[in-house]
Ligand binder design. Structure first.
Ligand code: S3P
Length: 170
């Protein structure tokens, strides 16, 4: 089976769904954010603060190339991977891409208690979420499947993805 790649904005549930899905399907779970932190030896907030977003995106692109060579894996990708079209092409080679979506207010409620996302640590996170979503909306549509997560539980979303990947293909 191809890898299952979860893309989508921060706070749409990629990590939680990815973990659940990997257990349901007996696949390996990997997170590009975790691999970036391991490679750089520090947290994403520190990478942004010390080296800037362009450096983060460069490392992210290297990690995307590495994970695209994996097999039988559920890959939770960072919310910004879609900004580079080559990342999407790389991930599609050996993966089926599911984009998890949620309304800006839902994203805010889910992310506000955490401080590990540098892009949302400014004074007006709701405005920032809407701005980033505006820029990224078209890019997220490049995934093979779209799932609205706003009113669904992690288990419901994981089951939905399971049913899509186990559909017989023509
Ligand atoms: C980012 C999303 C984050 C992380 C980094 C940048 C983004 O991952 O890669 O903070 O640009 O949307 P999550 O989507 O897993 O929070």
């Amino acid at each position: 089976m191809k890898n299952i790649v979860l893309v989508g904005f921060m706070g749409t549930g990629k990590s939680a769904v990815g973990r659940r899905l990997s257990k349901m399907l007996n696949m390996t779970y990997v997170s590009t954010d975790d691999l970036i932190e391991a490679k750089e030896g520090c947290a994403i907030t520190e990478i942004f603060a010390k080296s800037g977003e362009p450096h983060f995106r460069k490392v992210e692109k290297e990690v995307i190339k590495e994970v695209s060579g994996l097999e039988n894996s559920v890959i939770a990708a960072g919310g910004g991977v879609v900004l580079d079209p080559e990342n999407i092409a790389t991930l599609k080679k050996n993966g089926v891409l599911f984009c998890l979506n949620a309304a800006p207010e839902v994203i805010y409620m889910r992310t506000k208690k955490y401080k590990h996302r540098p892009l949302l640590n400014g004074p007006d996170p709701v405005k920032k979420i809407k701005e980033l979503l505006n820029v990224r909306q078209e890019l997220y549509k490049k995934a093979d499947h779209q799932i609205d997560t706003s009113e669904k539980s992690v288990t419901e979303i994981a089951r939905e993805i399971c049913s899509v990947v186990s559909e017989p293909r023509e």
